[in-house]
Design a protein around this ligand. Sequence first.
Ligand code: IPM
Ligand code: MG
Length: 352
Amino acid sequence: MKKHIALVPGDGIGPDIVNEAVKVLEVVGKKFGHEFTTTSYLAGGAALDALGIPLPEDTLEGCKKSDSVLLGAVGGPKWDTLASNLRPEKALLGLRSGMGLFCNLRPAILYKQLSDACPLKDEIIGDGLDIMVVRELTGGIYFGERGREGDRAYDTMAYSIPEVERIVRKGFEIAQKRSKRLCSIDKANILNSSQLWREVVEKMKGEYPDVKVSHMYVDNAAMQLVRNPRQFDVIVTSNMFGDILSDEASQITGSIGMLPSASLAADGFGMYEPIHGSAPDIAGQNIANPIATVLSVAMMLRYSFSMAKEADAIEEAVSKVLDGGYRTADIYTDGMKKVGTSEMGTLIAQAL
Ligand code: IPM
Ligand code: MG
């Protein structure tokens, strides 16, 4: 197959890790007989510095025309004092809404090779953690009416039934392919938009009789994720709750540098990125962990290109390298072999 991928390395460690992911992608292409071509685009702080805007038209258009998008990370202290419509994060929101990427998949997996890094007690982790957070990504408070008037500022959380239906449907479909448990997380004891959300889930569950549905308030969910994370399999939730809970879910695995994500449109088109940020303090020093970005490429192959065996091959290569004791600084423990960003990319490419 021939596929064209838009690269949006972004800021901080973004370029470091995207380089390594491309290295791995090229090897996959050779090994499985695909032709992957790439074009790089500016977004975030990099675009602000070059052009004075966070998301150039050319970037959005280039991404839309591609078969898939791989993003590094955007943002950094250098641009933190800008007005909110000029901040690098605006680029991310613009890409998400501009391409209709309403469905954000954020797996939180505890890698057995890294179980020492998990901050939870052994009896809580049992034989591992594997949670899929399905986050609504183009609605809710991130995109609602907002403003600032004198000494007052406001943001609005609004959802329509079709917006809730399409993300909840994704939640059900993913739960059907996993352990058939879906937990919908809301704040229906307070918020109207959450009451609507809950009604939609209740109405739809008849279509998925094989899936066991539960509802949980977001504050309780934040607590349960630490107290007993193994009760969760697939979580479906709104934009802001998903933002917060997916950070929490990733942290309890102790593997934040390892976790990929997919942001999908209705037709399967997607943008893929590591869940971690741009870590400007270690940018360009060859110490960032490229694994989350490499695994994001695996998700791209699986979800957008239906290349399951290619995706499996990447995931197995990562596992092999971890089995070999190779670790970047963020996941390093005594007795392991410390490697830099580019060495890690090369090791994974070789394992392939
Ligand atoms: C994320 C990030 C973004 C979000 C920011 C950078 C806009 O925290 O992808 O989770 O809040 O969605
Ligand atoms: Mg976040």
